[in-house]
Write a protein that binds this ligand. Structure first.
Ligand SMILES: C[S@@+](CC[C@H](N)C(=O)[O-])C[C@H]1O[C@@H](n2cnc3c(N)ncnc32)[C@H](O)[C@@H]1O
Length: 406
């Protein structure tokens, strides 16, 4: 174990050059949005200088940016991810597709676009998502139900063509929805406003054709090596991964109470990964940093195990956050303490699956609770030192400064 480098994104600011916004026009990387996904250049710039790193790991893989970047550079990329939808989605994103598969998917798509425009076409039931009328108006919802039924009718379960069609379907789900992804997490557009000319004139079948075309263009650009994604919990990476890696590049969940389930709900309900709110809360509770639904009440009852290493900086922050003058200070201190107990579990196990001269890069985000700024990079540094990492550096806010350090 030699170097570890932590980059801090100030999650109170926009960091478009480091985040998903940069990926929208980068083929497969732009297929679906996850707000806290990081950018392709951020990963490829690190890898450019480390071509010796034959095996690259991302233990909090999300949409698979790290492993796919590595694979385009001819390196073996592996992702570990707890969310089953993201595991499915990355597995499609990572696949090598033959020209024949892409042509088949294109022809099926043309048939599906026509069939789903007819009001009389078969339709699946709408997904059991709470307040569905906030997400889609009646007409769009009926179109989506027909579109999904047509995809299922014309393709075989588990085949590459169906998976590509379903990725395009997910894009249509978001294009037609009232959800706005214009800040750290999603919110709903104001539906009281009059519709725009685009909304009045839009042709849903044509939107599907365009989204499919974008997906198939990305599918045609195959990675040099097919990366791997494994379902598992990064709190115990060595339980799920039995290889040894040379390089770790990751952005763990940020301690900013963002819920991945909240953002991924439309995809997860439409594709059957979620069927009720109880499971949504359970998934969020299992993920590090989740606070969706019942996860909040479970957090109130959470007690530290007493076994985690707690650096002085973290102790100070916890005292500041839990100050009695802060409403919900105790609950938020529990949130932060649990987040770092989970991270400690991750950091204290990760060396078991890394080669001796490996390097780790944690892209972390800080946040403020009341007047207390949580120095996340300092806490990561102390934890990494505690388990024996040497040469720990951390980079600040700008990508230029970050790249200069590499
Ligand atoms: C900040 S996102 C990573 C985004 C990724 N860099 C990308 O470009 O898409 C953090 C990810 O960690 C995952 N996660 C949360 N808790 C986890 C755990 N215990 N084990 C594995 N993955 C986890 C979340 O589901 C989420 O996808």
């Amino acid at each position: 174990m030699t170097t570890s480098l932590t980059t801090t994104l100030d999650t109170r600011k926009q960091n478009a050059h480091l985040t998903f916004k940069h990926n929208r026009h980068s083929g497969r990387h732009g297929w679906l949005r996850l707000t806290p996904a990081y950018s392709v250049p951020l990963v490829s710039n690190i890898l450019d200088d480390h071509k010796y790193a034959a095996k690259v790991l991302d233990p909090f893989s999300g949409t698979g940016t790290t492993a796919l970047c590595a694979a385009y550079m001819g390196l073996r990329g592996t992702g570990l991810e707890i969310n089953p939808f993201l595991v499915w989605f990355s597995s499609v994103k990572f696949r090598q597709f033959s020209p024949a598969t892409i042509e088949n998917a294109r022809s099926l798509g043309a048939v599906i676009a026509v069939a789903s425009s007819s009001g009389g076409a078969p339709a699946v039931d709408p997904p059991p998502i709470h307040n569905i009328e906030r997400w889609w108006n009646d007409e769009d919802l009926r179109f989506l139900c027909r579109l999904k039924a047509c995809i299922l009718d014309t393709s075989e379960e588990g085949c590459d063509e169906r998976d590509l069609l379903l990725v395009a379907f997910c894009r249509v789900v978001i294009t037609l929805s009232n959800a706005a992804f214009n800040h750290q997490s999603m919110s709903f557009k104001d539906t009281n406003k009059s519709p725009t000319l685009f909304e009045l004139q839009r042709d849903n079948a044509d939107i599907f054709r365009k989204e499919l075309s974008l997906v198939l263009n990305g599918a045609a650009d195959n990675p040099r090596i097919e990366p791997t994604v494994v379902t598992g919990d990064a709190r115990q990476p060595s339980r799920f991964l039995h290889d040894k890696f040379d390089m770790l590049i990751t952005s763990p969940p940020y301690p900013n109470r963002m819920s991945y389930i909240r953002e991924l709900r439309p995809y997860m309900y439409w594709l059957g990964f979620l069927t009720n709110g109880r499971d949504a809360s359970e998934y969020d509770w299992q993920a590090i940093g989740g606070t969706w639904g019942a996860a909040t009440s479970r957090l109130a009852a959470w007690e530290p195990s007493g076994k985690a290493f707690t650096p002085t900086t973290l102790k100070k922050s916890l005292t500041g956050i839990s100050d009695p003058k802060n409403d919900n200070g105790k609950l938020l201190a529990n949130y932060v303490a649990k987040y770092f107990e989970d991270m400690w579990s991750h950091i204290s196990d990760i060396s078991a699956i890394l080669n001796r001269d490996s390097e780790v890069h944690y892209i972390v985000g800080n946040s403020t609770f009341y007047a207390t700024l949580l120095p996340v990079e300092e806490i990561f540094k102390a934890m990494l030192q505690e388990v024996g990492w040497a040469l720990i550096r951390h980079a600040g806010l700008t990508v230029e400064e970050f790249l200069d350090l590499l």
